[in-house]
Design a protein around this ligand. Sequence first.
Ligand code: HAM
Length: 417
Amino acid sequence: MTIVGIRGFRDILPGDVERWQFIENTTRKILEDFGFKEIKIPVLEKTELFARSIGEDTDIVEKEMYSFLDRKGESLTLRPEATASVLRAYIEHNLYKEEPIKKLYSIGPMFRYERPQKGRYRQFYQINAEVLGVEDPKIDVELMVMLLHLLKRLGVRRTDLSVNSLGCSRCRPQFRESLRSFFETRLDILCPDCKRRLKTNPLRIMDCKMETCTKVASDAPSILDFLCSECLTHFDAVKEMLRTFEIPYVVNPHMVRGLDYYTRTAFEISSSELGAQNAIAGGGRYDNLLKELGGPDIPGIGFAIGIERLALLLEEREGLFRFPKVFVAALGSEAQNDAFRLTTALRLKGIWVEIDYGDKSLKSQMRRANKLKADFALIMGEQELKSGSAILRDMKTGHQEEIDLGKGMDELIEKIG
Ligand code: HAM
């Protein structure tokens, strides 16, 4: 019996991978233009890191983590997100001592045991960006501007930005109490998980995926009525700057994001073209998280984009594929040896050249040149071998001309551009 891959874990095959390369290359360029540096972090961390940062009562920690004991009995977890790991690395390597502001990005796979469907997988890839050390609301807006610019450059047209403020450790407790009172009177409608969350963390009821809970939550009190004056000023400044940059947004007071670490600004970008899993990106501030993880009292903000969902939006996009410059077709063993030498020499000069291996007919080799969409075919037969030449055929126009290979490759390189 053949072995197949794990449910929710996908292979990204050639033909699809070009979209991913385009996404990654465009992302690197834009993020680096905005001052971000790449950080590579491990896929495996101590389970405690995620439990403490994402929060014990979140769906991610409660139900979705791939956790296991290693050979020494330590609980480890395949990262369900990158923020916790980036902050762990930031603290562990004292990065805050190097510069007051750090902008870090990473691209890689995350793992969540969710029910797979279109746009939702158990291994999925994120582009993750974090800024540490800036309290000013300008950075909140800078991140949203950068994110929207990136999406536009990738060719994602229709996006919706939602923003909210989740308050701070001073004003959130009052909101939490108000939520608790609200849900207490509707206890019988809540799912068993939310009944429990009512005691431990009522905010989590707001992002429960059960239909009945979602319905009750839509009438819940708004956090915006509880913000302290500092949080209000911060949120007003964010909205004001978004208007200055002419960025359309909606305020969604019920958006709490599925992770516990957020404070103040939270945002999400969705696309109506995506279907049920319509969130492309999400992020926000986490001003207490570094301190809570044992680091310095430094604010932070970041976001993550789901690459699978981006790739779905780019499905129709053309112009992402490269094609070989030349296909070298040779007839007869001597010509095939010459062709192999020439192919290798051209490749070492940085030219994409394809060749067949084995003794194939000219017709079959030309069929392959066509299939690979090569710009040119270079035909080397017995006849050409004697005169040290080859025939260069422009595959688009069908125009053919003889090239003298006796004096080296210069003429050929000039002709193929
Ligand atoms: P998140 O909202 O959990 O945030 O995930 C961000 C994005 O990852 C989502 O908007 C979605 O596009 C993608 N995503 C999440 N789960 C899946 C899945 N199962 N399959 C496919 N795509 C998925 C975070 O992860 C935070 N760490 C973002 C952040 C960074 N906040 C501050 N800094």
